[in-house]
Design a protein around this ligand. Sequence first.
Ligand SMILES: *[C@@H]1O[C@H](CO)[C@@H](O)[C@H](O)[C@H]1NC(C)=O
Ligand SMILES: *[C@@H]1O[C@H](CO)[C@@H](O)[C@H](O)[C@H]1NC(C)=O
Ligand SMILES: *[C@@H]1O[C@H](CO)[C@@H](O)[C@H](O)[C@H]1NC(C)=O
Ligand SMILES: *[C@@H]1O[C@H](CO)[C@@H](O)[C@H](O)[C@H]1NC(C)=O
Ligand SMILES: *[C@@H]1O[C@H](CO)[C@@H](O)[C@H](O)[C@H]1NC(C)=O
Ligand SMILES: *[C@@H]1O[C@H](CO)[C@@H](O)[C@H](O)[C@H]1NC(C)=O
Ligand SMILES: *[C@@H]1O[C@H](CO)[C@@H](O)[C@H](O)[C@H]1NC(C)=O
Ligand SMILES: *[C@@H]1O[C@H](CO)[C@@H](O)[C@H](O)[C@H]1NC(C)=O
Ligand SMILES: *[C@@H]1O[C@H](CO)[C@@H](O)[C@H](O)[C@H]1NC(C)=O
Length: 400
Amino acid sequence: MRITNVFKAALFAPLVAIASAQGTLLSALSGTVPAGKAYNLTTLQSLVSEAALGKDLFTQLGAALGGGANLTVFAPTDTAFASALTLLGGLDKVLPIAGQVLSYHVSTQVVDTAYLKANTLSYIPTLLGNSSLASIKPQVLKLEVKLPNVTVSGLIPVNVIDSIVTSNGVIHVVDGVLLPPGNASATLTAFNSLKDNVVAFNQLAAALDSQNLTTAVNTVTPITIFAPVDSAFAAVAKAVPADTLTKVLKTVLTYHVIAGAAAYLPPSGSYQTFQGENITVVTNGTSVKVNNANVLATVLLSNGVVHVLDAVLVPPTVAASLGGNSTASAPPAASGSASASAPAATGMCLVFVLCRAEADRFDPCRIGTAAAKPGNAARSVAGTAAGVLGAVAAAVLVLA
Ligand SMILES: *[C@@H]1O[C@H](CO)[C@@H](O)[C@H](O)[C@H]1NC(C)=O
Ligand SMILES: *[C@@H]1O[C@H](CO)[C@@H](O)[C@H](O)[C@H]1NC(C)=O
Ligand SMILES: *[C@@H]1O[C@H](CO)[C@@H](O)[C@H](O)[C@H]1NC(C)=O
Ligand SMILES: *[C@@H]1O[C@H](CO)[C@@H](O)[C@H](O)[C@H]1NC(C)=O
Ligand SMILES: *[C@@H]1O[C@H](CO)[C@@H](O)[C@H](O)[C@H]1NC(C)=O
Ligand SMILES: *[C@@H]1O[C@H](CO)[C@@H](O)[C@H](O)[C@H]1NC(C)=O
Ligand SMILES: *[C@@H]1O[C@H](CO)[C@@H](O)[C@H](O)[C@H]1NC(C)=O
Ligand SMILES: *[C@@H]1O[C@H](CO)[C@@H](O)[C@H](O)[C@H]1NC(C)=O
Ligand SMILES: *[C@@H]1O[C@H](CO)[C@@H](O)[C@H](O)[C@H]1NC(C)=O
């Protein structure tokens, strides 16, 4: 490994005033971390020069990092690698996918100070493409900025703890390894196994299974899935007789899917669902509303994206058939306004009851308050025990 002193030029500074290092990304990454930093990068450095790894990737990466295009590199600390390697079962298990995982740490988007100031939530492309870990080519990372905090998510969010600008890009040192996202089943299962979860999707997973839709949501690429939390399904189950629900379940579920697009942060508009009818999306900054439901969190999938919802979406025709009318599923003019009192008709109940009449007992709205900030649910994933990451990591290995 080449050892240079470029890091000595890097001052410890708040992220918003990113420190500068002389030299290229590659020379900066190869250098020693100056004394006083709360991290080392020796594992990353040895992996980058690991001959057993995907040589093509590293030849390519090396050329890119050494000069070429401007890039951003997310550099996990030694501590981060140690946790990830333990959970993944050791370096031997990791080596076959290490090249792909590392390529997920490099973006062609230059995430510099100006970018961080201008983008509070964005999805940036990585060099991970053309591989078994990438249904969508290339895979993206989710970047959330609340200065001075910057969070980067693959499947699990990690925090930027230091940043260095070089002549051809920026290095953001991160406190976790960015694992590429899994498919819908693996992701929903990971959420369901959380002990202190904000959200759970047991109902959705079971409903998808019962309608033979699980394979479809795992394989359709790209895909956008709106995933109501368990309490939202519970509210519907309370409001609508079971046999009625069974009859419309497939129609309702497919209304929660946009096939052919990964709508990470969808602009306001009308979107055709897999079921055929449209949903109405209203996006204001980083907050997204779909019909009458709120997006609580957004989680990446290898084949697209999941938006966690606090209510079940009901296609207008289903609302009508259940005794409401075609206006039943239109979003209320003002959410929470008095005009949105629960109507008698069952179809209307499906639409409006969730956040209102049933609010005290089955309160998806309360969940919405608790997790009002996008990303909270995802963060709860990060905060949980090794078991979850292990399950996720196992999924990553299976995919490899
Ligand atoms: C980084 O590595 C140096 C040299 O091995 C060591 O002295 C230092 O304690 C390490 N720092 C951390 C935060 O582990
Ligand atoms: C990289 O970014 C710098 C600073 O913005 C710019 O001057 C340079 O032209 C860029 N290089 C490439 C190859 O895009
Ligand atoms: C995938 O492979 C194709 C053909 O080899 C190439 O054109 C494309 O750039 C590659 N994409 C990525 C993300 O590596
Ligand atoms: C940044 O993160 C720290 C530690 O988690 C937290 O205490 C602080 O409130 C965060 N700041 C912002 C602006 O979100
Ligand atoms: C799901 O598939 C099984 C086996 O092919 C079939 O028996 C069942 O009727 C299907 N269920 C639905 C709701 O389509
Ligand atoms: C449904 O959405 C599609 C875009 O996905 C749009 O072209 C179409 O006009 C919309 N239809 C209605 C009735 O809004
Ligand atoms: C968008 O959000 C901002 C800040 O939360 C708020 O002031 C504004 O009223 C919202 N706009 C709409 C159209 O809801
Ligand atoms: C649909 O239902 C709403 C609420 O009950 C009612 O105000 C409206 O007049 C109905 N529209 C039609 C076309 O029946
Ligand atoms: C989804 O991921 C899981 C875990 O990696 C895997 O066992 C399953 O085969 C995948 N399903 C599809 C349809 O790719």
